[in-house]
Write a protein that binds this ligand. Structure first.
Ligand SMILES: Nc1ncnc2c1ncn2[C@@H]1O[C@H](COP(=O)(O)OP(=O)(O)OP(=O)(O)O)[C@@H](O)[C@H]1O
Length: 339
């Protein structure tokens, strides 16, 4: 099922949480809505679900204008971070619940077969008679997904489903969710504020800031070509140096970087800590090492340019230099944005 948002606006009292968002999610696509807290991700998801209604614009499911259709008639499945399972029902009963109350009548045998299939799909065979309190948080979210899938939703909506789980479990679950998505191909909208989660999982990432889309693209597109300083910063660690642009070149000391399309005047040069090579001589920005921090698989080096701007970069654990060493910072893949 293809979903289309056309200039959707949502205002709470006088506060505009969503400012004219337009977005197409192709049938079978997994799209992540990514943005900082308060950027409007959950509000957009709730409007697609029919739990909240826009005060401007429209939402289409396929060719049908679904803007005012109620939640129970939209054919959507949800998993929320805190959408608790029914504690007094077993895992199997939780998964069966939607099928039992659905308009589509199913026989007891059909429901039981479907529960068995779904337990296999979410890799929880054998746990069907446990109660939610008797399984782990990660297992509970897998049951929640099975419950959402039980009624064959046309669209799956996931709001930080792994948000409450620890980092290793989250990583395993998102890889697992991606596999399930590939198997079932249900159009899926996934809300997260975790960049790694969005980049790992999604076919396309939609980045939001203050209720507006600031960039949409594949993980590769948003990583390799962030559209603004905000996206560059939000997607990961970034160094930021003040520069002056003239004739589409950004100048730092006597080093010039390409700055296509950037007007003359003050600007900012961004680059990732992984995109730096330290040189003892030769090309690069002159700097002095201020501190070296050990990490399990690398060293993080803090350096200062001659005009006192801070640069951080990552090196191999064998990096031999210490504080007060002078040298040159050679930068790959720099990006220049207006100041
Ligand atoms: N029912 C409501 N009444 C008033 N303001 C609301 C309501 N729901 C959301 N907001 C406001 O709208 C803005 C967007 O909220 P939303 O929950 O969509 O953001 P989010 O990007 O999902 O954030 P988070 O990652 O923290 O969940 C926030 O400033 C929030 O305070």
């Amino acid at each position: 099922m293809k979903i289309r948002l056309d200039s959707v606006v949502k205002t709470f009292d006088t506060f505009r949480a969503v400012h004219g968002v337009s977005l197409e999610i192709e049938s079978g696509e997994l799209v992540a809505l990514l943005g900082p807290s308060g950027s409007g991700k959950t509000t957009i998801l709730r409007m697609v679900a029919g739990l909240e209604f826009p005060d401007g614009g429209a939402i289409y499911f396929g060719d049908e204008n679904a803007t005012d259709i109620e939640v129970r008639h939209r054919g959507v499945g949800f998993v929320f971070q805190h959408y608790a399972l029914f504690p007094h029902m077993t895992v199997g009963e939780n998964i069966a619940f939607g099928m039992k109350v659905s308009k589509t009548k199913r026989s007891t045998v059909a429901i039981s077969d479907r529960v068995t299939d779904l337990l296999r799909l979410v890799q929880l065979e054998g746990l069907q008679d446990r109660f939610p309190a008797q399984i782990s948080g990660g297992q509970r979210q897998r049951v929640a997904l099975a419950r959402a899938l039980a009624v064959d939703p046309k669209v799956l909506l996931l709001d930080e489903p792994f948000g409450a789980l620890d980092a290793n479990v989250r990583r395993d679950l998102r890889r697992w969710l991606r596999k399930i998505h590939e198997e079932l191909g249900i159009t899926t909208l996934f809300v997260t504020h975790d960049q790694a989660e969005a980049l790992d999982l999604a076919d396309r990432v939609v980045i939001l800031d203050k209720g507006k889309i600031v960039q949409t693209g594949t993980p590769e597109e948003v990583c390799r070509a962030p559209a603004s300083a905000f996206v560059m910063n939000f997607l990961g660690d970034a160094n930021r140096l003040k520069v002056t642009v003239s004739g589409e070149k950004a100048h730092v000391q006597d080093v010039a970087f390409d700055a296509p399309g950037i007007a003359d005047g003050p600007a900012e040069l961004f680059f990732r800590p992984a995109d730096v090579t330290w040189r003892e001589d030769g090309q690069g920005i002159q700097a002095t090492i201020a501190r070296v921090i050990d990490r399990p698989d690398s060293k993080r080096v803090l350096a200062l340019t001659v005009d006192g701007q801070a640069i951080e970069f990552d090196t191999a654990p064998e990096f031999p230099f210490r504080a007060d060493t002078r040298g040159f910072v050679d930068i790959r893949r720099p990006r220049v944005y207006p100041a």
